[in-house]
Design a protein around this ligand. Sequence first.
Ligand code: ADP
Ligand code: ZN
Length: 345
Amino acid sequence: MNRITINLNNSKSEIYIGLNWNEFSRFIPVQNTVIITDDNIKNIYGSHFPQLPVFSVKPGEESKTLQVVTSLTERLLECGIDRSGFLVGIGGGVVCDLTGFLASVYMRGIRFGFVSTSLLSQVDASVGGKNAVNLGKVKNVLGCFRQPEFVICDPQMLNTLPEEEYLSGLAELIKMGLIMDYNLFSLAEQNKGRLLNRDIELLEYMISVSVELKASVVREDEKEVSGKRMILNFGHTFGHVIETMAGMKHGFAVAAGMVIASDISVQAGLLEPAARDRIVNLLKELKLIKEYIVPDAVFEEMLLKDKKKQGDNISFVLLESPGKAVISKINTRELMEFYKVLKRS
Ligand code: ADP
Ligand code: ZN
């Protein structure tokens, strides 16, 4: 078991990797605690939940809305939860985002913690204190920064995760290696079979490394001010467009975005072509490369609308080598030119 602490101005968040998930009972108050989960998790794990009120939402991104927040609020009020209340989100990114958001606004903020059940949320979503809901098609438009008191990442729970969800999470794990840690990347290369087989020991180690890396970024740049946190966006600029337009799961779209960003890094003379090939090979062997079609004009239009754009420039994350990312401000049209050249070759 590994414990990673994130201490920020006035909050402390403890992340436990490899702790049995139902140990969360140790961290909650005796009274006034409510579990928020989704129907899939409830079906699989609900019989082992402690005797607490359980509010279950429909699985999937559609539950990340203000309507769901409103109806959960009504239920909290019915249960008599006051400012001493505590929310435990047990689920993937959707449940954690929703729980963190609700806990942050309910009665001007109550305590909360997570049992993070998907690989994507263990390596990414539940660490870092970002909580938000969507409005229509606009993702994460209402939200806040607030750290959960605890996050339990139990790799055993990943055994019940559907294959596509598992692979999608692997992409974020590989991303952490690519931007910050050559050893993590190389470990994945050497252990593709074990990774695909969800080897618990390997996962516990790799998730721990990845969370520690993310924690180090969050400690330096909690609210995306200094720009350090931006490297986490590697593969996400094109990835988000592909996710929206081609309807691909997040991790697969990010994998596609990482291939494009690696290609552009080669074109820009930063990354060795051989290193690019290693990256693409690893993603292929981890079954993360899928076909997609997005017309150039759509890419261009979406990139021009990117919310991370400043003026005509976009902060784009490039690689110098596996394990070392650099942020480069590129004119959006120039970025598209790079992309078009790349597609022709
Ligand atoms: P994310 O990929 O951001 O974590 P979700 O919270 O929507 O997104 O989780 C993805 C899907 O996987 C949901 O349908 C959820 O119910 C399901 N899921 C999450 N964790 C597990 C698990 N440990 N076992 C089975 N299904 C899970
Ligand atoms: Zn992501």
